[in-house]
Design a protein around this ligand. Structure first.
Ligand SMILES: [Zn+2]
Length: 267
């Protein structure tokens, strides 16, 4: 997976969903979403919504008489009698109170479906998604501009304080070997990333301004009176907590227990 193959933005995702990208780009993304869990997830939600709307619209049929009246009204409108159009629609529904009710219900279902899917991909999930994406990019060795690559714990601690003002005591003496840190900006927010271990054993710790309510409901685990949010996103485990004005999100393919162990050493 390379970063260049990911959906550029939501506009490109929408064009992709409608098969309106050029053949070459469409083909590249076809191949890419099979191997990129983050893009696969981004694609899945609007794709499922489209299928649902198509399904509902396929089942709800307008009455034959409405079709005839509409054609008649259009013919009349061409002859300059457009007001007859609404009369025709009213006439079609007359004596069939269930027809408009069914159509209204279908619209409500579509609207609620859209709302449900929107809630599902609400801000908290998108924050976690983007952090999982950053973590995946680091597994692929895509680096930020402003970074420190070092295994020297105290040096990394100093770099983090200087860049973000966050004071951390790294547990390098407890089996967690830091390998670097970086500063990046996502959606206008300054994020500090701290990394332990390498390759598939890597743990990313992202620190950014915000509140735990953006991630979810804390309480799944408790460490030193601190309530944590835990979850799984596209194959990666994450746990999160907030301290002061900073949200901490640990992401890794390692088991949740390992993340909890690291959290215990960072909190
Ligand atoms: Zn991707």
């Amino acid at each position: 997976m390379s970063q260049g193959d990911c959906f550029f933005d939501d506009a490109e995702l929408n064009l992709y969903l409608d098969s309106e990208l050029g053949r070459e780009r469409q083909g590249t993304l076809d191949t890419h979403i099979i191997s990129c869990p983050v893009c696969a997830r981004r694609f899945e939600v609007p794709h499922n919504l489209k299928i649902r709307i198509k399904d509902i619209c396929g089942k709800t049929r307008a009455p034959e008489s409405l079709r005839d009246s509409t054609i008649k009204a259009l013919e009349n409108s061409q002859a300059g009698v457009f007001s007859g159009f609404w009369d025709a629609i009213l006439a079609a529904f007359k004596g069939r109170p269930l027809v408009p009710v069914t159509l209204a219900a279908a619209l409500v279902i579509i609207f609620c479906g859209a709302l449900f899917l929107k809630t599902e991909s609400s801000h908290g999930e998108s924050l976690v998604s983007s952090m999982v994406h950053e973590h995946n990019e680091y597994l692929e060795e895509i680096d930020a501009d402003n970074k420190i690559v070092s295994t020297d714990g105290p040096e990394i601690e100093q770099w983090i304080v200087a860049n973000s003002g966050i004071t951390l005591k790294l547990p390098y003496d407890k089996g967690f070997s830091p390998c670097g840190a970086c500063a990046m900006t996502e959606d206008g927010r300054k994020i500090t990333g701290l990394f332990f271990g390498d390759s598939q054993n890597r743990i990313s710790c992202f620190m950014l301004p915000g509140d735990i309510s953006e991630i979810g409901t804390p309480g799944a685990h408790k460490i030193k009176d601190m309530n944590l949010c835990c979850g799984k996103e596209t194959g990666a485990n994450y746990i999160a907590w907030s301290s002061g004005q900073t949200v901490f999100i640990l992401v890794s393919r390692l088991p949740e227990a390992t993340l909890l162990n690291l959290a215990e050493n960072l909190i």
